[in-house]
Design a protein around this ligand. Structure first.
Ligand SMILES: [Zn+2]
Length: 354
């Protein structure tokens, strides 16, 4: 006997069943639907899957009192699972990047010194993270994760990396918790592999993407755009192709107005074949390193606008999570989950399209 589904079982399931022509009938004054479990599962396939990219080693045992929330990557993966987002969306686990790939954006000497713990004390202080074998392992995977996310976005229209956005990393030194610049590595690899002709890196982390801007400043195929807080790290800003520096205390309405005009300008100027979107949540009002006053609804509205714009123009978009800090690590993981929620909402065929 087929397994019966009784309305209201689940609104989305009901809609799918009706599109598949399942039986509806009235009995005992109630409306019932009957479909085989196979039909129900076939209906679920109508949901457009959003590729999700992460590796379990992104988080590793780390000093709990350290300002950098290393456990947020594992907590985000747990949060994504808890929301049921792994049911319809495929999960990809990237491996270690080759040195040849990393050398597209970084000096071989710097890579060697980082990997073998040969940096000076001053360099490690600027890095902001204690060196360990586990740090090296996760750091060598993450740029590959962003590249994989971009390749999946080219294929599917959108893909989300549950890490990435280490935009302060320069060609030959680490800075502000950023060691390797995944955005620069991925963009340069996409161009070198002739996957695309033009890339837009749209960076909405509250801090300026100075490393990205410097590494790519002479590359006409890659357009860098950063919307950030003027009075925040790094104290000495680099020059992106388009920089929008907003004042300390910027609130949600003003932020969203700047976002709209800036994204439209960046796309018009760069005519990209793909957008790499840094959805940093350190713009949040409660973020200790942020200095903006953006609500969580504002962050979600930002993400929806960026993804809806890309979708409506047919431009593939790969997302990275960027920065976010909060002593409440669960709340932080949920905040980083907003970009995944937005991607599902915008790109899923059954999702809302605000
Ligand atoms: Zn940041």
């Amino acid at each position: 006997m087929p397994r019966s589904l009784y309305w209201p079982y689940k609104i989305s399931g009901f809609c799918q069943i009706t599109t598949l022509g399942a039986h509806l009938w009235l009995a005992h004054g109630k409306l019932y639907a009957l479909a085989s479990w196979q039909l129900f599962n076939a209906g679920r396939q109508l949901l457009m899957p959003i590729p999700l990219v992460a590796n379990p080693v992104y988080s590793y045992p780390f000093p709990a009192q350290h300002r950098f929330p290393m456990e947020k990557f594992a907590l985000l993966q747990d949060y994504v699972a808890s929301q049921g987002w792994l049911v319809n969306n495929p999960f990809y686990r990237p491996g270690k990047a080759s040195l040849a790939l990393l050398e597209l954006a970084h000096c071989p000497n710097y890579l060697r010194r980082f990997i073998h713990n040969q940096q000076s004390a001053a360099e490690i202080k600027a890095m902001g993270l204690p060196w360990s074998e586990e740090l090296v392992r996760r750091t060598l995977i993450s740029p590959n994760g962003t590249l994989l996310t971009a390749l999946l976005a080219l294929e599917k229209g959108v893909a989300c990396h549950l890490a990435g956005g280490t935009h302060h990393a320069h060609a030959n030194f680490a800075s502000g918790f950023c060691i390797l610049n995944d955005l620069a590595v991925a963009a340069l690899a996409l161009i070198k592999q002739r996957k695309v002709k033009r890339v837009l890196i749209f960076d909405c982390d509250v801090h300026q993407g100075d490393g990205t801007a410097r590494i790519l400043e002479h590359n006409p195929a890659i357009f860098t755009c950063s919307i950030h807080c003027a009075e925040n790290f790094p104290s000495e800003k680099a020059q992106s192709n388009l920089d929008i520096a907003l004042p300390r205390g910027t609130q949600t309405p003003a932020y969203l107005r700047a976002l709209r005009t800036t994204l439209e300008q960046a796309i018009r100027l760069s005519q990209p074949d793909i957008v790499l979107y840094d959805a940093g949540v350190d713009i949040y009002a409660g973020d200790p390193l942020g200095h903006f006053a953006i609500s969580e609804e504002g962050i979600f509205a930002r993400d929806l606008f960026v993804l809806n714009t890309c979708k409506s123009l047919g431009i593939p978009v790969a997302t990275v999570i960027g920065g976010g800090y909060d002593d409440n690590r669960q709340a932080l993981a949920a905040r980083h989950g907003l970009i995944i929620k937005a991607a599902i909402s915008v790109f899923s065929s059954l999702g809302a399209h605000p």
